[in-house]
Design a protein around this ligand. Structure first.
Ligand code: NDP
Ligand code: 8X3
Length: 250
């Protein structure tokens, strides 16, 4: 029987690449994001391979998260894999100059949003005594850097939540994998720098950055591991990267 995966942030970057690899692996898809047109495009691309349905919600909106996931028809509620991927950095700068709306967007989206989605999905997995949750953290959750402290804090929270989930859910047959990528070339920097393309491009200049498919590949590996194996934590850096902010550029 084919598996069902719910992927948040499936309109772009790592989430979209994960949807593409999952479709190639025959995994049916519940694709989530805020941009309906993007979800429609990904759905059109993949629905020849697997069954696809889409849900439009902002992960920060607790009511919408619970209502949308709760509104899935029963057969779609049989979720085997949850990929908690939706998230972004907003702004970059010192704490004393920080924009509190950016802080809210990061804490509410990357931390509370992940919790709301998990709250909607975990009971469905508990009911069937099986499941796999993949949380997308970051190298920024393991190593703090100046001018990124709030984003780093939000991802450090994801690291802790992955541990907490694993401690609570393993006994119920639910695996938890924490994935911590380094520098991946997606729309991430464009969002962080609020549409400033020059600034975003500079992040990936002078080295070969990770691509979204590299992270998707690791996620697929984790969810395909045999039942005796839990891939608990994966850190993936770019080939030229030795730490969060140490990148060897040409
Ligand atoms: P993208 O900007 O390309 O994708 C972000 C995705 O998250 C989009 O699909 C976006 O969808 C969704 N999203 C963002 N905010 C919300 C929200 N409030 N509600 C619902 N969906 C939301 O970036 P990436 O693919 O790189 O990022 C994916 C994850 O990987 C993030 O959690 C990020 O922190 C993490 N990460 C990224 C790294 C990188 O270097 N790129 C490195 C380490 C971790 P939409 O706008 O349609 O809602
Ligand atoms: C994104 C990677 O190092 O820019 O999580 O924070 S980093």
């Amino acid at each position: 029987m084919s598996r069902i995966a719910l992927i948040t942030g499936a309109t772009s970057g790592i989430g979209k690449a994960t949807a593409q690899l999952f479709a190639d692996a025959g995994i049916d898809l519940i694709l989530c994001g805020r941009r309906q047109e993007r979800l429609d495009e990904v759905s059109a691309e993949l629905s020849g391979k697997v069954k696809v349905t889409t849900l439009v919600f902002d992960v920060r909106d607790k009511g919408a998260v619970l209502a949308m996931i709760g509104s899935l028809p029963d057969d779609w509620k049989n979720i085997d894999i949850l990929v908690n991927n939706a998230g972004n950095a907003h702004g970059m700068g010192a704490l004393d100059e920080g924009d509190t709306e950016d802080w809210d967007a990061m804490i509410d989206g990357n931390v509370k949003g992940l919790l709301y989605v998990s709250k909607a999905v975990i009971p469905l997995m508990l009911e069937k005594g099986a499941g796999h949750i993949v949380n997308i953290s970051s190298i920024a959750g393991k190593q703090t850097y100046a001018n990124g402290a709030v984003y780093c804090a939000s991802k450090a929270a994801v690291e802790v939540l992955s541990e907490g989930m694993r401690l609570e859910l393993t006994q119920h047959g639910i695996k938890v994998t924490n994935v911590a990528p380094g520098a991946v070339e997606t729309e991430f920097s464009l969002v962080r720098f609020k549409g400033d393309e020059d600034r975003a491009e500079k992040v990936y200049q002078g080295f070969d950055p990770l691509q979204a498919v590299d992270i998707a590949d690791a996620i697929l590996y984790a969810v395909n591991a045999p039942s005796r194996v839990t891939i608990a934590d994966i850190t993936i850096l770019a080939g030229a990267q030795s730490a969060a902010t140490t990148i060897h550029r040409k």
